[in-house]
Design a protein around this ligand. Structure first.
Ligand code: SF4
Length: 327
């Protein structure tokens, strides 16, 4: 049996090239080797969303991007977290065995408190418990993570060890499947690409929109005039070209340093590269978007398959925890 992999992403709407290079491409590759479960974690989104009116649309946009990128619902289970209520049940059970101190020392909890001081809700503190429930409800053995997420996974493993120690071996300890997620810098050339910062480039843009956005991107700030030599190592366009615009990178660096190429030309080549590379994905996305019922059916089927696994786990957990049976 191939190992089972679980991963989730918040429904943040249309995905950007940072999400695509960092996670989605990896999801697609993993399907050929593992039994994959991909979840749109809408309950997690509630910890910071005060206005939830856009949640259905954001969920659909993420599903469209995943499907268009190549997540195959025949190979993988793809579903929405709240469509499998067993996760809330397992979250409650796990919360009873998770010491408060473990959660209070999680660095992201402290960061979130600073980010949303007027909305410090229980969900922020309990987030790692819900995340653990997400993973172990399906007895996943591996979770694709970047280095920065390792502390969260270690906490999930601690919760699993505690459960297994108290109630007997029930769950596998999920292992980190370390992935070299490239950190894609945003079009501002400063911060990591992120929708919240507004420096992102959505994969579903049209070719024309992509060109227009790329032309506004910040390049080497010291290169003020066309004749000035550039510094490709600090230029975001240069790094993006490595991913999208197949070119001899040494030659490009040399041309930049000696001002043989201008930033406008360089950006045009990047825009063309991105448009060419994403054209099939965009075409598939438009096809899925034109068949909303099919997307709903895919998510419903995913939830049904996920629930079949989840309900069996919950039955076992209740038995292990000695909860009285309903006649
Ligand atoms: S030529 Fe290209 S790599 Fe060099 S600074 Fe301009 S955009 Fe960046």
């Amino acid at each position: 049996m191939p190992k089972r992999v679980f991963s989730g992403a918040r429904p943040t709407g249309r995905q950007h090239i940072g999400n695509y290079l960092g996670a989605i491409q990896n999801y697609v590759k993993l399907q050929s080797e593992y039994d994959c479960i991909y979840c749109i974690v809408d309950i997690h989104a509630l910890t910071s969303l005060e206005d939830t009116s856009q949640l259905p649309q954001m969920t659909r946009e993420l599903a469209l991007d995943w499907l268009a990128a190549g997540i195959d619902p025949k190979k993988s289970i793809m579903f929405v977290q709240s469509h499998v209520p067993e996760v809330a049940e397992l979250h409650t059970f796990l919360s009873m065995i998770t010491p408060l101190g473990w959660l209070q020392r999680v660095p992201t909890f402290k960061e979130k408190i600073k980010l949303q001081p007027d909305n410090v809700n229980y969900g922020l503190l309990g987030y790692p418990v819900l995340m653990t429930a997400d993973i172990i409800l399906y007895k996943a053995q591996a979770v694709p993570v970047g280095e920065d997420q390792l502390p969260h996974l270690e906490l999930a493993r601690e919760i699993v060890r505690r459960f297994n120690g108290k109630f007997g071996d029930t769950f596998p300890e999920p292992e980190a499947k370390l992935t070299n997620f490239p950190t894609v810098v945003g079009l501002d050339g400063k911060e990591k690409m992120s929708k919240s910062v507004g420096n992102h480039l959505e994969i579903a843009l049209t070719a024309e929109e992509t060109r227009a956005k790329i032309m506004t991107a910040v390049t080497d700030p010291d290169r003020k005039f066309r004749k000035d030599p550039g510094h490709p190592e600090i230029c975001n366009i240069y790094h993006l070209r490595d991913y999208f615009a197949a070119f001899d990178m040494k030659e490009l660096a040399e041309k930049c340093r000696t001002a043989q190429i201008g930033c406008v030309e360089c950006k045009q080549a990047l825009a063309e590269g991105i448009n060419k590379s994403l054209a099939p994905l965009r075409e598939r996305r438009a096809e899925f978007a034109a068949r909303p019922d099919e997307v709903d059916d895919i998510l419903a089927d995913g939830a049904k398959r996920a629930r079949a696994i989840a309900s069996e786990t919950i039955r076992e957990v209740k038995e292990r925890m000695n909860l009285p049976r309903l006649k």
